[in-house]
Design a protein around this ligand. Structure first.
Ligand code: UD1
Ligand code: CA
Length: 474
């Protein structure tokens, strides 16, 4: 092992490559779930995505993730966050403990000279600055191992830091701890820096002789210390930040904390009004412009971007969508993966989805569903309508009860409605079909053929009744 990368071994070059190892193979029994714990979501993103993102911001040479339970899904969640470059996955087929998980990952590491930062997939709130501080201390002390520790009011469940006269002795797990050891409040956060060579060498001496029959990573620091190698600790102040999530109750507490801090930031830094901040649900990745007003029970999800001076009324859900400035979303709308330009109005009870686009000043009203459609500037569709696979021009009016009949049972077909059209109430547009600019359909028309510009059609099926332009000109 020592013959690899000899140029890095000299003391003259203390900058060692940093690699990250995230442990995420376990099911997490205390969640009482069939889903791997790290796939449970916090702020709309899997726990593992939070940890992965923070790790990537350290700019390590590589991130290794140990997967096992629901490996494909966990891998997918990490790749979704980080892409595929710079990430390596290691499969731990049987979860025999955190020490085994690290041992399984050993062949994945390129250099025995690396410093390895180990993280748990279930500690989602850990901050970049904290990891940097841990790494800095590790380097400054020239330690072989540096353990992130914290003091908990209630340390139940965590590994305790046992010291002798202040000097680190060992970590003892809750399940193996004697009564007086359990009263120790300083705990192991499960986040460490290790010198690769020291880590893998000491792991060979770890035995599963404990109450859980597992290979504990937490036995490594004591082994190193007994060998005369340097073990340091870095005590962090913010207990909450380094708390693991082990149960659904803890997950809900974290969700609440994250939500409150997002809303507070939006109010204080962003100039957003929340009518009732305790009943608003905003993703920490969403952006909301100044002077927006957010009413109770609004949910803004994912990477939604909302412009300035918008008003979002009660019960709306906006997911991964863009809203321009001065948009009004009335009560109980669902807006998913869509774009709404300046000065539009939506709802109440409207549903936009699948990349629907509303251009400036357009209006989609009561009980209107818009799927994969474009609505031109100043166009209005006020009531009880389905617009699917439709492209609609400017200053057009869509009457109540209009339906684009876009599906023939096998395929979806497009509807094109040009500018300055008036679609009469209860018109059925049997796609594929085009309605020319300036045309009018009478109430109750069933339009099965293209309508030429400036003509009035009516009936079932709709027939041309009048050329509107000639009438105007005569
Ligand atoms: C671990 C530590 C404990 C520490 C606590 C901090 C050990 C033995 N104990 O306990 O000292 O206070 O974290 O949160 O390390 N995992 C695998 N493969 C396995 C076992 C676990 O990948 O075989 C993963 C889990 O998916 C999880 C992480 O390792 O992401 C930690 O495992 P977990 O079972 O949650 O350990 P704790 O009991 O919390
Ligand atoms: Ca844990």
């Amino acid at each position: 092992m020592t013959s690899f990368f000899p140029h890095l071994m000299t003391r003259a070059n203390p900058e060692k490559p940093l690699e990250v190892l995230i442990l995420a193979a376990g099911l997490g029994r205390r969640m009482k779930s069939n889903r791997a714990k790290v796939l449970h979501e916090l702020g709309g993103r899997p726990l593992i995505a939070h940890v992965s993102r923070t790790a990537a911001r350290l700019d390590p040479s590589r991130i290794h993730v140990v997967v096992g339970y629901q490996a494909d899904e966990v891998r997918g969640a990490v790749e979704n966050e980080l892409g595929t470059e710079k990430v390596a996955f290691i499969h731990q087929s049987e979860q025999r403990g955190t020490g085994d998980a690290v041992m399984v990952a050993r062949p994945s590491f390129e250099s025995s000279q690396s410093t390895i930062l180990i993280l748990s997939g279930d500690v989602p709130l850990i901050k970049l600055e904290t990891l940097r501080a841990l790494h800095d201390k590790h380097r400054a002390q020239r330690a072989d191992c540096t353990i992130l520790t914290v003091r908990f009011e209630n340390p139940t469940g965590y590994g305790r830091i046992i010291r002798d006269d202040g000097k680190f002795l060992k970590i003892i797990e809750q399940k193996d701890a004697a009564e007086e050891e359990r009263s120790i409040r300083e705990i192991n956060a499960g986040i460490y820096c290790f010198e690769a060579r020291a880590l893998f060498s000491a792991l060979e001496d770890v035995k599963p002789t404990n109450n859980q029959g597992e290979y504990y990573l937490t036995d490594v620091p004591a082994i190193l210390s007994q060998r005369g190698q340097k073990v340091a600790t870095y005590e962090h102040r913010d207990a909450r930040e380094v708390s693991g999530i082990n149960t659904r109750a803890e997950l809900a507490e974290f969700e609440n904390l994250l939500r409150r801090s997002t809303i507070r930031r939006l109010m204080l830094d962003g100039g957003v009004t929340f009518i009732d901040p305790s009943h608003a649900y905003v993703s920490d990745e969403a952006q909301i412009g100044q002077d927006c007003v957010i009413h109770p029970d609004v949910q803004i999800e994912g990477k939604s971007v909302i412009g300035e001076a918008c008003e979002i009324h009660h019960g709306a859900r906006i997911s991964n969508s863009h809203l321009g400035n001065r948009v009004v979303v009335k009560d109980h709308c669902v807006i998913i993966d869509s774009n709404i330009a300046d000065d539009c109005a939506v709802g109440p009870f409207a549903h936009l989805r699948m990349n629907s686009q509303m251009e400036e000043r357009s209006v989609v009203g009561n009980f209107v569903e818009v799927k994969k459609s474009r609505i031109g500037r100043g166009t209005k569709s006020m009531h009880l309508t389905y617009l699917g696979d439709a492209t609609i021009g400017e200053e057009t009016n869509i009457g109540a009860g209009t339906v684009t009949c876009n599906y023939d049972g096998k395929l979806k077909h497009p509807t094109i409605i040009e500018d300055h059209v008036r679609i009469g109430s209860d018109t059925m547009l049997v796609a594929p079909v085009r309605v020319g600019s300036g045309a009018v359909t009478a109430a109750g028309s069933v339009v099965t053929e293209d309508v030429p510009p400036d003509t009035l059609v009516a009936g079932v099926p709709a027939k041309v009744k009048k050329n509107l332009k000639m009438k105007k000109g005569s």
